[in-house]
Ligand binder design. Structure first.
Ligand code: GH3
Ligand code: MG
Ligand code: MG
Length: 336
């Protein structure tokens, strides 16, 4: 059998550090073409706190397993017959940035270690590895991932923060230019949010921002970047999305928020909480700043035209004017 589930949830055998206590169970996927190593690692981890271990001897199954179930850590063998450990590592880190991959190999060299760390591995350990060291390295990788998550996300909404938005946008623009693919950006601002805060207080306003963030995330594709730009402003990066599709998607978002019942919204102007959205589409070789500026100008237009509406930036690469809006559909949101 190449895909085995080892449930290693035991009572804590060691005293747990705070970050370990927070995480009730750590899901670990062990990938090694030798069945004995898989069994050994599962047995080793069963000694320490709560690990839920799944093993596979077939590297080609890894991406499917990761799509089916969330894992915190992958222990990845470097040399397997069916697939290169390095290729698999790249695939995992690209598709699942929240997963920490620890490379485990019997043929460790400095070059391989460097190469795998450059490809996004969280750590590199040589076989044979004592159980206590394996446990420690996993805990360090988790702590590192937690720090990275804190640095890249916004504390209130848990969306990406402004810095991550800028980094992602630069990457997506480079990708769009390299492959001549469409790319759009939405700038979103809550309408009359000051009134809401003045009426119910900031803590209640915070709850609305969290709820709104959840809606935005829920309606986006897993390949979209959903970020809090600042205050009550959000920004979305939509790869593979041209101007017309971005406009349709923005209109769907606007309607969803308008229809959603937020607590106390009756006392807002219009009796419901709404958002305004500016849409801009990347022009080949255009800059990140120009794209954000265009989306911001469109948002400003949406505000001045009365709020609770979508405005599209004037410049478009193909000169194709968006037509009247029948609603949806972009492709449905895929689970992230
Ligand atoms: P407009 O329709 O023109 O956007 O009006 P507005 O009232 O939303 O805009 P304005 O810029 O006047 O006010 C923004 C409000 O958003 C005021 C500010 O206190 C609130 N805000 C910004 N960040 C937060 C936050 O983190 N939590 C809460 N509760 N409120 C916030
Ligand atoms: Mg506002
Ligand atoms: Mg604002």
């Amino acid at each position: 059998m190449s895909y085995v589930l080892h449930r290693c949830i035991t009572s804590a055998a060691v005293s747990l550090a705070p970050s370990e206590v927070e995480r009730v169970t750590t899901n670990v996927l062990v990938v090694d073409d030798e069945e004995i190593i898989c069994t050994l690692f599962a047995a080793m981890l069963s000694q320490f706190g709560s690990y839920h271990v799944v093993t596979t001897t077939d590297g080609r199954q890894v991406m499917d397993i990761l799509r089916r179930e969330p894992f915190h850590v992958v222990l990845l063998d470097m040399s397997m017959p069916a697939i290169s450990g390095l290729d698999l590592l790249r695939q995992i880190t690209q598709a699942f940035e929240e997963v920490s991959v620890i490379i485990v190999t019997g043929h460790g060299s400095i070059e391989t270690a460097v190469e795998s760390m450059q490809a996004g591995a969280a750590d590199f350990v040589a076989k044979p590895v004592p159980a206590a060291v394996l446990h420690l390295r996993i805990q360090q990788a988790l702590e590192h991932a937690r720090t990275r998550r804190l640095a890249s996300t916004d504390g209130l909404t848990e969306l990406y923060n402004h810095r991550t938005l800028q980094e992602r946008l630069a990457q997506e623009i480079a990708r769009a230019d390299r492959y001549s693919r469409p790319l759009s950006v939405l700038m979103i601002d809550v309408d009359c949010f000051k009134v809401y805060n003045d009426t119910y207080g900031h803590p209640q306003g915070d709850i609305v921002l969290q709820e709104l963030a959840r809606l935005l995330k829920e309606m986006s594709r897993s390949s979209d970047t959903v970020a809090r730009y600042g205050g009550e402003e959000f920004a979305l990066i939509l790869p593979e999305t041209d101007r017309v599709s971005a406009q349709k998607f923005a209109e769907r978002l606007r309607q969803q928020v308008e229809g959603h019942v937020f607590p106390g919204e009756k006392r807002l102007p219009g009796g419901t909480l709404t958002i305004s959205i500016g849409v801009a589409t990347h022009v080949p070789a255009g800059s990140k700043e120009a794209l954000l500026q265009a989306a911001d100008a469109a948002l400003y237009a949406a505000k001045s035209e009365g709020r609770n509406r979508v405005c599209v930036a004037a410049s478009a690469p193909d000169g194709d004017q968006p037509s009247e809006l029948p609603t949806p559909p972009r492709a449905p949101a895929s689970p992230s």
